[in-house]
Ligand binder design. Structure first.
Ligand SMILES: [Fe+2]
Ligand SMILES: [Fe+2]
Length: 439
């Protein structure tokens, strides 16, 4: 490492052009380094950068930036030599112990007192990289696309702190699915279909941020785990992907589109329910005409505003009576939603809730009878869920009568727990066991 040549402006409080910046940067939780764009020498490193690398300030100020940051790009700096943007890209920074530390960095230009500087901000992703390589060793990857498989995600989710106070926005899941993929296989053959899947996986992986992980979920479905990302940002990401897929010319088959479902994690929610909300949104995107995005927040707010949840294919069962009852349940749920618009007192509200609870009770009895007839192996869990929901409904009704619960929260519970979780998640599990029952 050559000796520091840069004037020690940084230590001179008088004439220190960085003083106002240092006051800000020294309070950040990420590393920050300022590089003089003309000399390419380090002018400033904040506390986090020094702690992360263990260098003393005097050892790196004035040194050439590539001696420390991204040493592999010393002769061809993508940012300064090729004017390429670096935004949440993975790079390396050299620690004092001689080891390269993997970082996720963002680079931008700023001007301080008329002089151009390069501002590098970065976080240490060493722990994440170690975990990823551990996962690769443990679970391997999907052979067709080279992407991590479903088992890897399950392991990540197990380790994930869903209620991390540092990231109150939670994480988002994006489920991506190629539209009418069956037609590709039928028309062009499975080999062409595999080529499309490989390309689709590649497009997703290459265009996602480095912090995100793309999984091959199975068939033509891919799941993206967007870390520390709220639903609004995940929707923007998915929209970018949707447009990109639409523009992409796939080998042999040409253009093809994709649909996306998005849901943000909720505190205390199980992964299964979170995933199911995502999958539900994808089904709705398909139902609404494909080549589109449906996010959970948007779905909920549209349902409230329009008072209408559509029937989706996922809910079709081979039992005609069951189908009829589920359609009736959805019809009644939509009626309840309708009573929320406009927000004025409806004398029938309580009666509607009562009627709904009675109908639901009868419906669960029908399902439980069918479980016996078809010897459904998981009937015990399903029946416990029925009991739980009926108990919750009775409790909410009592609270509603005594003014301890509001009408809105009861309808919200019915939509979430009965329609989204129970009906479309638990009920659909026993559909394959059903034989068609003639009406
Ligand atoms: Fe049901
Ligand atoms: Fe059920």
């Amino acid at each position: 490492m050559e000796e520091s040549l840069y004037p020690q402006l940084i230590n001179q409080t008088i004439n220190d052009p960085f003083k106002p910046w240092k006051d800000v940067f020294d309070h950040l939780v990420c590393g920050v380094v300022l590089i003089d764009a003309s000399t390419r020498r380090i002018s400033y490193a904040n506390r986090v950068a020094l702690t992360m690398t263990q260098w003393e300030e005097g050892e790196i100020l004035g040194a050439r930036c590539h001696d420390f940051i991204c040493p592999a790009e010393a002769d061809h700096c993508p940012f300064l030599d090729h004017a390429r943007s670096i935004d949440l890209d993975e790079r390396m920074i050299l620690g004092k112990n001689g080891k390269n530390i993997p970082i996720l960095k963002r680079v931008t230009r700023i001007e301080i007192e008329g002089r151009p500087y390069v501002l590098e901000s970065f976080t240490d992703i060493q722990a994440q990289k170690e975990r990823e390589s551990e996962l690769e060793t443990l679970y391997g990857t999907d052979t067709l696309t080279g992407l991590p498989n479903r088992a890897s995600l399950e392991k990540i989710i197990e380790d994930l702190k869903m209620d991390d106070p540092m990231h109150p926005q939670g994480h988002s899941l994006i489920m991506a699915d190629l539209d009418l993929f069956k037609n590709v296989n039928d028309r062009f053959g499975h080999q062409a279909g595999d080529e499309v899947l490989r390309e689709f996986g590649f497009v997703l992986k290459e265009s996602m941020r480095k912090v995100d992980i793309v999984f091959r979920w199975g068939g033509e479905e891919f799941l993206i785990f967007a870390r520390n990302t709220d639903s609004a940002t995940a929707s923007q990401i998915a929209e970018r992907l949707r447009k990109l897929v639409e523009k992409t010319k796939f080998p042999i088959v040409g253009h093809i589109t994709a649909s996306f479902g998005i849901a943000q994690s909720r505190p205390g929610e199980t992964f299964e329910k979170w995933f199911h909300r995502t999958d539900f949104c994808l089904s709705k995107a398909k139902h609404d005409g494909r080549n589109r995005i449906v996010d959970w927040e948007g779905f909920v707010s549209d349902s409230w505003h329009q008072g209408k949840i559509p029937w989706i294919k996922l809910l079709d069962s081979p039992d005609k009576e069951l189908n009829h009852q589920h359609k009736e349940l959805l019809h009644r749920i939509n009626e309840l939603l309708q009573t929320l618009i406009p927000l004025q007192e409806d004398p029938q509200r309580i009666a509607r809730i009562e009627a709904f609870i009675a109908f639901y009770r009868d419906h669960t009895q029908y399902e439980e009878r069918r479980f016996k007839e078809i010897s459904y192996p998981y009937h015990e869990f399903h029946e416990t869920e029925h009991q739980r929901i009926k108990h919750d409904l009775a409790l909410m009704k009592t609270k509603l009568d005594s003014g301890l619960a509001d009408y809105f929260s009861v309808v919200d519970y019915i939509v979430r727990e009965i329609f989204v979780y129970h009906m479309s998640m638990e009920d659909t599990k026993f559909f394959p066991y059903l034989e068609t029952k003639e009406s």
